[in-house]
Each structure stands twice: as structure tokens, then as C-alpha cells.
Design a protein around this ligand. Structure first.
Ligand code: GUN
Length: 285
């Protein structure tokens, strides 16, 4: 029987630590502040943004929301970002993705001051991640790395196979694991003999975005299985990328969906916001 990795429990512990840390920072006159920009009316984005605001409240991080109409043009969004870049009270800026089609999302991500880029999406921060001298880590991959550490999973020297090469999860995950001295294989839709590759993984990260994609026969006996997927099945029920019951029989540890990686992402965003403010104010760890 696999150990079920409890993302909610780890999240709650991290949030409690950050709450204490923020109140100590406040007593030194340091106030972390996160600005979240949302453009348009995407219902999923609205839920994510509300959850980010709630987490800020829980920890004591100041949050500001900028809700812009669906028809916003790139230039308007860029001038808001310029304003927030110049605002000394702002620690972190995040533009919720996806943005409506008329907006040049790359231009938006590149306009955010890298020191306030709490998503770690700016090419400067991606470059730092490649070099391994990054200050902040991209939120979802950092959530996975934290879960592995909290459950005492050895990373160095292990075979880590990641399925899915998205810019938000797969690619940065491969960099974080490379920087931890894992032997990393990044699989994608063109990978040949996928099952042969995944069957060699000590740590298998599923970030494909397809329900029931990872079957039990793709998992090595004793592997640690991390399911990053958040999908809806044919009945509208939330599910991951892995067939949990099958994978659980093979794995030594596995994350459930919901309650695994999901709760970690926002807590990593909060961590980055605190770090950004500490770096700006020269506060030592
Ligand atoms: N949309 C889905 N995930 C994310 C994320 O991590 N950051 C931003 N900015 N938008 C998202």
C-alpha cells in the first residue's frame, strides 16, 4: 500500500510558518504585498484569483486585485504593469493566465519587473533557473519539490521522469529536478515507447493535462508518483492525470487529486511574495 502524500497537511504547516514570519516582518516595518491582475471573465481564473486573495488574508500578506474588462488592449495592461513595477509598496505582480486573445501574453510577462515576478515566468528568471541561481521558484514545480522534501524522498541520483513539457509545469520541473541532481527525462506527445521510459522512473511526475493518462503498467514498483493534473472526468468529477487505484498499487508514495499538489501551488506563490519583499528590503533569512 502506497503512502498517500497529504498536500493539504503540508500546505497548512507552511502557511502557519509564513503567518509567523509575516508578523515578524511587519514588526520590522516590512509588508509583503501581492498584486493580482485578472483580465476578462473566465470563471476558472476568477476562482484561482479568489483563492490567492484568501491565502494572502490568511497569512497577513497585503493583496490588491486589478480586474480589467475582457476588451482590454495590451498597451493598457502594460501601463498598469509599469505603474506597479514603479510602486515601492508592491512586492509581487501576477497576471492570471490565460488572458483574452487580443492581448500579447508574452509581452505582458516580459514587462513585469523580474524582481517582482512571483510566477517566475519572466525570461530573466527562467534563465536564472537554468543556471540554478534562482531566488524564487515557479509555484507548481516548487510545490512538487517541497512535497518530495517533506516526505523525505531522495532526489539526488534518482531517475525522475516528467510527462508533459508545458512552460508552467513540465519544463521548469525538469530544471528544478536537474538542479537537485536527479537524472531527468522530459517526455511529451512525440516521445516514443513512453511506457518503457516511465517504467524506469523512481519519481514519476504526471503533468499532461489528460484524465486517466497514466496507467498502473507505466509505473515502476516502488516509484513515487506525483500527479499534477487537474481535470474533469466524463461525469464532471475532479481527477488527475493518473488512474489512482492502479498507480497506487505499484507506487511507494502517491499524491491524490484533489488534495495533493493542488494545495501547494498557492502556498509557494505566498512564499515567493515574501521572498521578493525580503530581497528588496535586504532582510536576511
Ligand atoms: N494560470 C494557471 N496557472 C497559473 C499560474 O501559476 N500563474 C498565472 N499567472 N496564471 C496561471
Amino acid at each position: 500500500m502506497a503512502v498517500i502524500i497529504d498536500g493539504k497537511k503540508v500546505r497548512n504547516e507552511i502557511i502557519a510558518q509564513m503567518k509567523t514570519e509575516v508578523s515578524e516582518l511587519n514588526s520590522k516595518g516590512v509588508y509583503p504585498c501581492l498584486c493580482v491582475i485578472i483580465v476578462g471573465n473566465d470563471p476558472a481564473s476568477r476562482v484561482y484569483v479568489n483563492n490567492k486573495k484568501k491565502a494572502c488574508e490568511e497569512i497577513g500578506i497585503i493583496s490588491r486585485e486589478y480586474a480589467l474588462p475582457e476588451e482590454t488592449e495590451t498597451e493598457e495592461l502594460l501601463s498598469l504593469i509599469d505603474e506597479l513595477n514603479a510602486d515601492d509598496a508592491v512586492s509581487g505582480i501576477l497576471c492570471q493566465m490565460p488572458v483574452p486573445g487580443q492581448i500579447n501574453s508574452r509581452a505582458v510577462l516580459e514587462r513585469i519587473d523580474p524582481s517582482k515576478d512571483v510566477d517566475c515566468f519572466h525570461p530573466f528568471n527562467v534563465g536564472k533557473l537554468v543556471r540554478g541561481d534562482n531566488v524564487m521558484r515557479p509555484c507548481t514545480p516548487a510545490g512538487v519539490e517541497t512535497l518530495l522534501d517533506c516526505y523525505g524522498v531522495e532526489i539526488e541520483g534518482k531517475s525522475c521522469v516528467i510527462i508533459g513539457r508545458s512552460e508552467i509545469v513540465g519544463k521548469p520541473m525538469s530544471l528544478l529536478m536537474t538542479n537537485r541532481n536527479a537524472t531527468v527525462t522530459l517526455c511529451h506527445s512525440k516521445t516514443e515507447n513512453l511506457k518503457d521510459v516511465t517504467s524506469r522512473a523512481d519519481i514519476l511526475v504526471a503533468s499532461v493535462g489528460k484524465p486517466r493518462f497514466v496507467t498502473g503498467d507505466m509505473v515502476k514498483e516502488g516509484a513515487v508518483v506525483i500527479d499534477v493534473g487537474i481535470n474533469r472526468d466524463e461525469n464532471g468529477k475532479l481527477c488527475g492525470d493518473c488512474i489512482f487505484d492502479e498507480c497506487e498499487k505499484k507506487a511507494s508514495m502517491i499524491t491524490p487529486v484533489p488534495g495533493g499538489v493542488g494545495p501547494m501551488t498557492i502556498s509557494m506563490l505566498m512564499r515567493n511574495t515574501i521572498t521578493a519583499e525580503k530581497v528588496r528590503r535586504n532582510v536576511a533569512d
